[in-house]
Design a binder for this molecule. Structure first.
Ligand SMILES: *[C@@H]1O[C@H](CO)[C@@H](O)[C@H](O)[C@H]1NC(C)=O
Ligand SMILES: *[C@@H]1O[C@H](CO)[C@@H](O)[C@H](O)[C@H]1NC(C)=O
Ligand SMILES: *[C@@H]1O[C@H](CO)[C@@H](O)[C@H](O)[C@H]1NC(C)=O
Ligand SMILES: *[C@@H]1O[C@H](CO)[C@@H](O)[C@H](O)[C@H]1NC(C)=O
Ligand SMILES: *[C@@H]1O[C@H](CO)[C@@H](O)[C@H](O)[C@H]1NC(C)=O
Length: 952
């Protein structure tokens, strides 16, 4: 993205390395390279005389080593500098297309950590009429030209949006255009990082805006440099080493023998990584032999021990992390970005691997390592005699998100050579698989492996001079040759050794020698071409992935600075293959696979198509290959059309599931057997180095999507005031009728807001399914509910007979009796569900019992008791065994409300009767009582004689 500056050039000119020439344009990544582009030619060397100027082209100053070229018509132009001296310079054939895409999007990002949003400011610029700041991608606001252009396009209806590839979200500008810019707000994310700026199909002066893929992640910061800290480096004279973050390639580390550099924006800006001199001795500080990046920070391998640089501290990992503190010979993290979690009950996936010559360790996000095997175990697995030596040489994660390959050397007592074995380990199943690969190399040769972006565990391996390939599940193996049949690449590069092999998501492979000679080939291709010289042989350089997954080079200068430079891989390949017969055999290869991973739950199928357009009579087709367990049936259907000498062949592929789970005795085992992860690729039956894309790779996960969940419609966790409280359930309302009442606490966090229901109203919960994109439908299969505290003072309004049962249906009571020792939430579920609609299953019985299975369509409702109100916390569970691989349950709470009805008439009458009875009794009694008193007072004087009597 930087134009060759004059200062850079002058310093290069002073070097006496071999001369090189190259070209740059104003558009980043050479994305726009058309007859409208200004091409800057740059010659580096001492014997320049002038540029050859092709017809139709205009060169600003043909005798200047740095000059601008414009060619007015599309076509292939032959360019080279004429030099004084015996050796001629290389010719390049530059293809200038006639393109109607001339404008580009420019964006800047501001991060707001308080609300975790990013505000992207977007405008349109014309690389041919841009400000130097825009060309160097350091502008903070649009130039005047860009402002005018943006406003013009906006007036014509242009409007950008940001689309995310993994999450499939679109974000639009919030406000209308102001100040010549749009602003788009996005949430910060660590996972959904691949974005694309797209616009409408709007042209201004017949020119469109090119869509811009870019990476935008949570802003990870680099390790800050502390004054007084010292450089950490590789041993003097060793070649550069680097590592990029697996899913965010703009975050990278580069280790040289002078300094370690780190960047979070593809080396536009960078910092030095330096360490506390107290932690490492001087010699240790200069002994970095490997580097890798994982979630926790930068891992360095120094003298057989692993050190972690996190925040600003270097820490040695040892025993308490489960990894030895000496003898480690390699560390590696994942190369290909994939989705982190797919299956709910999946084992923890490792983030990195470390190995000694005899043991393999996997490291996890918790910073704990576990030993997965030893060479002794592998020796017996391979049936090798115990006296032979088996060493672990290299390890590499493949595209399959749960697999890694291990490269082993086998040396027997009487051998002069060593044998190379490749094994594949699956983290989920802990199984090893031997690969059909045979190679014998001399004892002093050491191999490095690199996995390729393909469904199969394809690899390239290299030593100092040769590159070996393993394609198509190890059915095609051999040594890469050049067109002359030479396998030793050192012979073609003045004796230099292989430094590094760059591989990318498009199947490109670049072999870079230490002296910067480069060879190119592609996945499934067995011969390489030598690329043009691009940089002088003494420059220290290394390839990286850019934000848009293209190759760029990073140079490390002797003054301790680094500089990135875009590399036009496709143009360079076109140029070197221009004279050869190497033409891509097809015109177009499309498909409708836009996702990285597809989840298939039970009963779900996937249909895709792929189309290839090629000249008539060449007979190409699309090949579908899958890697992984055989859990899907694949049906293919192809048809073609011929028009104007071109054939368009369309292949439709349908992946279907075959398994049925109803009445299966071992439901969970069966599920386990039928789920798994497949990596699928679509590729043309023939292609060559010059084809832009080699294959399309994607994943299909059959199983429980860890984001899948159910909820009950109408319940929320937020629409009420949260306050925890306790309540008492009377013992008679409980299923097991204990001796005491049960006191329970209402946990708002877990149960959400209770729904208040009139106890006279029958209630049927409606279950909805959701995944990472939110709720997507109502569940229309059988489910059950139970009160989690054990209440059973509710019932159902349908009987088994009304529900259509032919035999007695399952009930909580029978299921609990059958599974006495299991907790309530395990006694009944899809694993033991038996339908009652067949005479063949179950026994006849009392069909007047309530039917306890609910379904959106069976009209069965919960019925509440009406003599008391209560709080019910239910759990719902999907019962249909053919519905999902997930154990789907949801919790919801119902509070029944209502006025307890007045005591009934008889009761009142009886009460009144008793009351009156008591009243009359009292009345009668008091009558007698008073009568006695009155008798005393009234009649006493009249009966005086009685006194006498008394006296008697
Ligand atoms: C370091 O050297 C490079 C190339 O020689 C040059 O472009 C750069 O400006 C130099 N940087 C410093 C800080 O001297
Ligand atoms: C986040 O904060 C910024 C700055 O305070 C503000 O402009 C933006 O609107 C906020 N975004 C959201 C989603 O609240
Ligand atoms: C790949 O090779 C392994 C081991 O040879 C074999 O088990 C597997 O079935 C092969 N897979 C495919 C898709 O060819
Ligand atoms: C149960 O109650 C619902 C709702 O009131 C009603 O539609 C349904 O017919 C009832 N079922 C039976 C079997 O009575
Ligand atoms: C579902 O539950 C069963 C039994 O508890 C368990 O074995 C299985 O792993 C669970 N499945 C998922 C996807 O969680």
């Amino acid at each position: 993205m930087s134009p060759g500056g004059a200062a850079v050039l002058l310093s290069w000119l002073s070097w006496c390395g071999s001369a090189v020439w190259r070209y740059t344009t104003n558009s980043p990544d050479y994305r726009i390279f058309s007859s409208r582009s200004t091409i800057r030619l740059v010659y580096e060397g001492t014997s320049f005389s002038e540029w050859t100027v092709p017809e139709n082209c205009y060169v600003h100053d043909k005798s200047s080593p740095v000059t601008d070229l414009r060619c007015s018509a599309p076509g292939v132009y032959t360019l080279k500098p004429i030099v004084t001296g015996p050796e001629e310079e290389e010719e390049r054939y530059l293809l200038l297309v006639d393109s109607s895409v001339c404008f580009m999007w420019y964006y800047t990002v501001e991060n707001y950590f308080d609300n975790l949003t990013q505000i992207v400011t977007v405008w349109v610029y014309d690389p041919e009429n841009a400000d130097p700041k825009e060309v160097q991608w350091i502008a903070t606001e649009p130039s005047l030209n860009s402002k005018i252009l943006t406003k013009q396009l906006a007036a014509l209806g242009q409007k950008p949006r940001i689309y995310t590839l993994l999450g499939r979200e679109s974000y639009f500008p919030e406000s209308i255009l102001q100040e010549g810019v749009w602003t788009i707000q996005l949430p910060m994310t660590k996972t959904d990082v691949i974005k694309e700026l797209k616009g409408n199909q709007v042209a201004f002066e017949d020119c469109f805006v090119s869509p811009l893929p870019f990476l935008l992640s949570f802003p990870f910061s680099t390790v800050p440099e502390t004054p007084g800290y010292l450089p950490i480096t590789s041993p003097a004279g060793s070649p550069l080493m680097s590592v990029s973050s697996t899913c965010i390639p703009s975050f990278a580390v580069l280790v040289s023998d002078m300094e370690t550099f780190q960047t979070n924006d593809s080396f536009h800006t960078w910092t030095r990584v330096r360490v506390d001199p107290k932690i490492l001795s001087d010699s240790e500080r200069h002994s970095v032999s490997s580097v890798t990046l994982a979630g926790q920070g930068i891992f360095f391998l120094i003298n057989g021990a692993v050190y972690l640089m996190s925040v600003n501290q270097l820490k040695k990992l040892q025993g308490d992390h489960g990894i030895p503190d000496n003898g480690i010979v390699g560390i590696k993290s994942r190369r290909w970005c994939g989705i982190n979690t797919f299956f709910k009950n999946q084992k923890n996936r490792s983030t990195m691997a470390a190995w000694t010559n005899s043991e393999v360790y996997l490291g996890y996000a918790s910073l704990k390592f576990a030993r997965i095997t030893t060479s002794a175990e592998l020796k017996s697995f391979l049936n090798l005699p115990p006296s032979d030596i088996l060493t672990i040489e290299n390890l590499e994660y493949t595209v399959h998100p749960l697999e890694l390959t291990v490269l082993l050397y086998h040396v027997c007592a009487a051998c002069v050579d060593k044998k190379v074995y490749i094994l594949i380990y699956n983290e989920q199943s802990s199984q090893w698989v031997t690969q059909d690969f045979e190679l014998e190399i001399s004892l002093d040769t050491f191999l490095v492996s690199r996995s390729l972006f393909s469904a199969m565990p394809d690899l390239v391996l290299w030593d100092k001079h040769r590159v070996y390939y393993c394609y198509q599940n190890f059915t095609l193996t051999g040594t890469i040759q050049t067109s002359t049949g030479e396998e030793n690449l050192s012979v073609l590069s003045s004796g230099s050794n292989i430094h590094d092999v760059y591989v990318d998501y498009y199947g490109n492979i670049i072999v870079k020698m230490e002296n910067n000679v480069m060879f190119y080939f592609k996945i499934n291709i067995r011969d390489a071409v030598k690329l043009h010289f691009w940089m002088s042989e003494t420059t220290k350089s290394l390839f990286f992935f850019s934000d848009s997954y293209h190759a760029y080079l990073v140079y490390v200068f002797d003054n301790g600075t680094v500089q990135p430079q875009d590399y036009p891989l496709n143009l360079e390949v076109q140029s070197v293959t221009y004279k050869s017969q190497d033409k891509c055999p097809y015109m177009a290869f499309h498909n409708n696979v836009f996702r990285v991973i597809y989840f298939l739950d039970k009963g779900e199928n996937l249909s895709i198509w792929s189309q290839i357009v090629y000249p008539e009579n060449t007979g190409l087709h699309t090949i579908v290959e899958t890697y992984g367990p055989k859990v899907l049936a694949i049906a293919q259907d192809s048809h073609y059309e011929i028009a104007l000498g071109y054939c368009t062949k369309t292949l439709s592929v349908t992946f279907t599931q075959i398994a049925q789970y109803e009445l299966k005795p071992d439901y969970f085992k069966q599920q386990q057997k039928d789920s798994g992860l497949l990596v699928v690729q679509l590729r043309p039956s023939e292609y060559s180095k010059t084809c832009p894309i080699a294959q399309k790779v994607f994943e299909i996960a059959v199983g429980c999507n860890s984001n899948k969940a159910i909820r009950v419609k109408g319940f929320s966790g937020t629409e009420c005031k949260h306050r925890d409280f306790s309540y008492v359930i009377h013992r008679s309302y409980l299923r097991k009728e204990p001796l005491r009442n049960l006191k329970v606490r209402y946990d708002w966090g877990k149960y959400g807001c209770p729904l208040r229901v009139d106890f006279r109203e029958k209630f049927q919960p409606v279950i909805q399914v959701s995944d990472e994109n939110g709720v997507y439908g109502d569940v229309d299969v059988n489910f059950i509910v139970w009160e989690i505290h054990g209440r059973d003072d509710y019932t159902f309004n349908s009987t088994m007979k009304q529900s259509g049962c032919l035999n007695e249906a399952q009930t909580w009571k029978t299921m609990m009796e059958m599974n006495e020792n299991l907790p309530l939430d395990m006694v009944w579920g899809p694993e033991n569900y038996r339908p009652c609609f067949s005479y063949a299953i179950g026994k006849p019985g009392d069909l007047s019992q309530p039917y306890e299975i609910l379904n959106i369509s069976n009209k069965n409702h919960l019925v509440w008791p009406t003599d008391h109100v209560g709080m019910y916390v239910f759990r719902a569970k999907v019962l249909d065994p053919n519905f999902s691989f997930c154990n789907l349950t949801a919790i919801f709470a119902v509070e029944t409300i209502g006025v307890i009805p007045k005591p009934n008439v008889y009761l009142v009458a009886a009460f009144l009767f008793i009351l009156m009875l008591v009243f009359f009794t009292i009345l009668v009694l008091s009558y007698f009582h008073y009568q006695r008193i009155y008798r005393q007072y009234i009649y006493e004087p009249l009966h005086k004689p009685q006194n006498k009597q008394k006296k008697n």
